[in-house]
Design a protein around this ligand. Sequence first.
Ligand code: UTP
Length: 230
Amino acid sequence: MNIVVSIGGSVLSPDDPTRIAKHADVLTSLAESGHQVAAVVGGGSPARTYIETARELGANEMKLDEIGIAATRLNARLLIAALGDKAVQTPPTSYEEASSGLQRGKIVVMGGVVPAQTTDAVGAALAEYINADLLVYATSVDGVYTADPRETEDAEYISKLSASELIDIIVDIEMNAGAGAPVDLLAAKILQRSGLRAIVLDGTDPANIERAVQSGEHTGTEITSGSTDV
Ligand code: UTP
């Protein structure tokens, strides 16, 4: 299969080399099983720290996004360091570059691409660009809920939904200040138009990613291209 794994910045922290090494082992194992593997890495707390400081210093939102992108690429370089020569050594700055790295038989790890989005959207766009069979969102939550479970007590877990249904949920969550959606709106819109198959799962244990790809078994949320009742 042709796979994109989008690893949230909160899952892949520079403070935890052991977990980065485990993610690298999973990506390597998937590649050795014959899958074509690309990863997109978020910025996590280093991105937030740099963005907050630059905001206080007066940088505008576009410039803050550029700083965020730089942080995502630094995180990508940590995963590349753990992958060694199995990976393209520099995070690609475009989908075209990422695709040519994959065509050379390498694992590709990238961060952000352009301002005004997050790596959730990069994951979906890369998956669309390379006609991926599966996009895995490895996040710090175990799937999609009807609302943000940290903010809403009666939020219900959803095991399967369509991209259109996901969009409705994200729009509701984003109207609630302070609440966060597991995948952002632009990413969900790319999923909707491309018909990609995606899974949102708990990536704090990298073994969950391997199991989902190799055996199809997971406890996350499956996002389908068709319509499904929530
Ligand atoms: P993340 O993808 O980590 O953003 O990129 P996030 O979703 O806000 O972080 P988490 O998942 O909650 O931890 C970090 C920042 O980098 C910029 C944005 O400012 C984003 O908030 N960024 C990233 C871009 O501007 N463009 C990109 O393509 C990617």
